[in-house]
Structures are given as C-alpha cells and as structure tokens.
Design a binder for this molecule. Sequence first.
Ligand SMILES: *Cc1c(COP(=O)(O)O)cnc(C)c1O
Length: 244
Amino acid sequence: MLAKDIAQRYRQITQSVAHACAQVQRSPDDVLLLAVSKTHPADNVLATYTAGARDFGENYVQEGVEKIEVFDELQPDNQAVWHFIGPLQSNKTRPVAEYFDWVHAVDRLKIAQRLSEQRPASRTPLNVCIQVNIDDQASKSGCTPVDAVELALQIVALPNLNLRGLMAIPAPIDAQADETVQRAPFIALRTLFERIKQQLPAEHAARFDTLSMGMSDDYAQAIAAGSTMVRIGTAIFGARQYPQ
Ligand SMILES: *Cc1c(COP(=O)(O)O)cnc(C)c1O
C-alpha cells in the first residue's frame, strides 16, 4: 500500500475510534490508538507516524527490534512509543526489556522478573499489562482471572516494572449476537481490573490505568466496555502477509 493510503486509513480509523467514544459518551482522549504494524515494514510505520500516530504495537521480538532500529534511522529523535503485544518466551525477554516501552502480554511471574532484571538502568521502568484469558479459551495465552490478582501483587514488588493494567484478546466477536453478548468478555476484564485496582497499594493503584482491549473487528464494543487502548492492525495497514 502507498504511504498516502496508509495515512488516509490511519486518519479514518482515528475518526471511527472517536465516533465509537462519542456513542458511549466517552472522550476520544481517553482511548489511545495503537498502530499494530507486525509483518509490515518500517516505511509503513513512518506513514502513520507522519499522519500523527505515536504508539506502535509489535508481536515478534526479532522483527520488532529490527523495525525500531530502522525507524530510528528514518526518523531521528522521534517520539514513537513501542509496545510489545505478542506472547513472550522467557529466553527472549532481554531485547524486549531493552528496546520497548510497554509489554502487554505478561502472564506469569518468571517473565515479569526477567523483564525487571533486564531493564536497563538508563531507562524508565518498563510499563506492563497482565494478559488475562478472560473467556477461558483453550488455545489462548494469558493467565486466569484468579491468578491475575496474585500476579499483580507480585509485579508491583518488582523494581523496574510499572504495572499499568490488563490486556485480553477475546474470541472473535459473533456479528449475529446482540451487544450484551458481544461486550461480555470486555466487561469481565473491566470488572477484574477494578477489583485488582482496589487491592493494590495506593501508589500503585494510582498508576493502574490501562485496559488494553479491542482490535480491528471489535474495538467499538471494547470502547463501550471501558477500553483505554485499542490495538489496530488490519484496519490501518491492510491484511498481513506471513512468510511461507
Ligand atoms: C495482530 C494483533 C492485533 C491487531 O489485530 P487486527 O485484527 O489486525 O487489528 C492486536 N492485538 C494483538 C495482540 C495482535 O496480535
């Protein structure tokens, strides 16, 4: 896709997100749009950056690190914020701790401990969200809602992490179902978020402010349920092409 087409799609989705906010009496300023650029080159990231995007989501460690390096050359002194949103294996935590600003899919203590240990002292604490398997899908990563409470209390004790909230990837929405059904997993994540926030020590509760939920096909329902970060890939960059 041409840079101008990507920029145009980015602006369109920004408007659609603002519209989804207005429909439920929320301010568009309360929902951050993450441009999910996995499988797409740094040039495409730059097209959205030029159109105003600042937050970018990556799923794969190697691809993400290379893209950040290329992007930094294309756009020196940039204000980009990089979010690692994919599943993370414990032997790949170091480059993520070094290159990224956020990690959305922390689902066990071992990963959190390694990220905290490997976060360079020169950088601010790494922002993290706990990924919760909110609708109990057998195939999905993420901890159980019960384990998320315990994990949150453990993460806030780690020095180089900043626990920001929860993330989930519910099963694809059923277009035939009514809105109550479509919103149910997002509302469940929000309810859990509020429960955890109440249990955190006050200084950590104050920084626990993020519900990372909603993608290209379901962001309106996620926003209606209280999402503060939507992760949008296809609607901006088009379909992904995976290597054979
Ligand atoms: C790929 C991906 C997205 C973006 O999905 P789209 O449907 O293309 O918008 C969002 N979140 C995660 C965790 C992803 O892996």
